[in-house]
Unconditional design. Structure first.
Length: 394
């Protein structure tokens, strides 16, 4: 966990602690059944689990004018993205608000956009508007492909055993596309069909996302579990997501969110040419701060609020933001949440409370930096070969 979160836990009063059941493992069972808890402990405890991401959208763009058109549509500099690399980018509208958050993978002359299920249609619609304007071809690969993600400190070991050393040694920001079919790169791996892999996290632990043909997904899943990764089930994914500070479109962020309020800064280039919504996004950046931003909350107890919920500050009940996702964190032994918090209340340690009805007990929380739990993904950052394009996941 981050130093700020550790400090917050230390500052929670004895009275708060006494108000909670003493057995942290018993508290975890309130929100995670036995199977989900086993997955959670594998990811957080030094093992690995495999998550099914086949519902995410995957759209390919190609053509001689692809770079030109894409650079006018997304926040990052696609022109600077070389073959075998990936970056984060957002699709804004003309008001600088978020249409979709995506990862952009470049393999050869093609670009693969990977996005959340909720934003696939909007991303596809945005891209398809330009197919008649020049050499700009768009193909929806969602139904033809699948994606599985291995997360946890042992993710590299699982990938090495299943997909070979070259895949396991992949640096952050890089993309590796296998040849398949018995090529030399197949030596030492069990799964010999074609795949594309990138290193990324959805949990704040080390991780790899593997994209394969839809018909190959079950075979890959079987090999990954055979290599020691547990198959993710139940609510474990949601708890890990919130602890890692990963927003979901339609829940934590949406079309009303200004891009800089909703995505990591590495998804935005402030030096490239013009793109849709750039003027507003640049103005906010050079002003120095956003009006509000996604942040973490650590509650003073194990009761978690219903969401969405209003956040209030001070005796005057000033509007401070809203809670968007809330879970009980087994690692922290407390309820935690993601929230959109106004700028003046964003400092770590700021005490807020949930707006409550008459006769209801108010839930108190403190603002915390994201991620709320800082896992193996953040180990050795200073010496990593990783590109800054990676960062935290979607």
């Amino acid at each position: 966990m981050s130093e700020a979160t550790e400090k917050l836990n230390a500052e929670m009063t004895d009275a708060d602690a006494d108000a909670r059941p003493l057995d942290a493992e018993a508290r975890a069972l309130v929100t995670l059944d036995a199977e989900a808890r086993e997955v959670y402990e594998a990811v957080r405890g030094g093992g690995a689990a495999v998550f099914d991401l086949r519902e995410r959208g995957r759209v390919e763009v190609a053509g001689a004018e692809a770079v030109q058109f894409l650079n006018g549509l997304v926040t990052n500099d696609v022109k600077a993205l070389s073959d075998g690399r990936w970056m984060r980018a957002a699709f804004p509208n003309v008001q600088g608000r978020l249409i979709a958050n995506a990862r952009v993978l470049r393999t050869g002359d093609a670009f693969l956009f990977d996005t959340e299920p909720a934003t696939r249609a909007a991303l596809l619609k945005t891209l398809e508007r330009f197919t008649l304007a020049g050499d700009f071809r768009v193909r929806d690969l969602t139904g033809e492909t699948s994606c599985l993600s291995v997360q946890g400190a042992r993710a590299a070991d699982v990938v090495r055993e299943t997909l070979g050393e070259e895949a396991a040694a992949l640096a952050r920001g890089q993309v590796f596309k296998s040849q398949g079919g018995g090529h030399s790169s197949d030596v030492g791996r069990r799964f010999t069909r074609t795949f594309t892999i990138l290193r990324d996290t959805h949990t704040s632990e080390d991780g790899f996302d593997v994209i394969v043909g839809a018909s190959d997904a079950d075979a890959l899943l079987a090999e990954l579990t055979r290599a020691g990764a547990l198959r993710a089930v139940g609510e474990a994914s949601e708890v890990l997501r919130v602890e890692a500070g990963v927003p979901v479109y339609g829940k934590d962020v949406d079309e009303s969110s200004v891009v800089l309020e909703a995505v990591a800064e590495e998804a935005v280039s402030f030096t490239k040419g013009c793109y849709v919504g750039q003027e507003i996004i640049a103005r906010i950046h050079w002003r120095g701060h956003v009006a509000k931003k996604l942040a973490g909350l650590v509650f003073e107890g194990d009761a978690r609020p219903a969401t969405p919920a209003r956040l209030l500050a001070g005796e005057a009940d000033r509007e401070a933001g809203r809670v968007t996702s809330a879970v009980f964190s087994p690692r922290l032994g407390r309820a935690v949440a993601l929230a959109v918090v106004k700028y003046e209340f964003l400092k770590a340690g700021t005490r807020l409370r949930i707006a409550s009805g008459e006769g209801e007990e108010a839930l108190a929380a403190r603002v915390a930096e994201l991620p709320l739990v800082r896992g193996s993904w953040y180990e050795g950052e200073a010496t990593s070969e990783a590109s800054d394009d990676a960062g935290a996941s979607l």
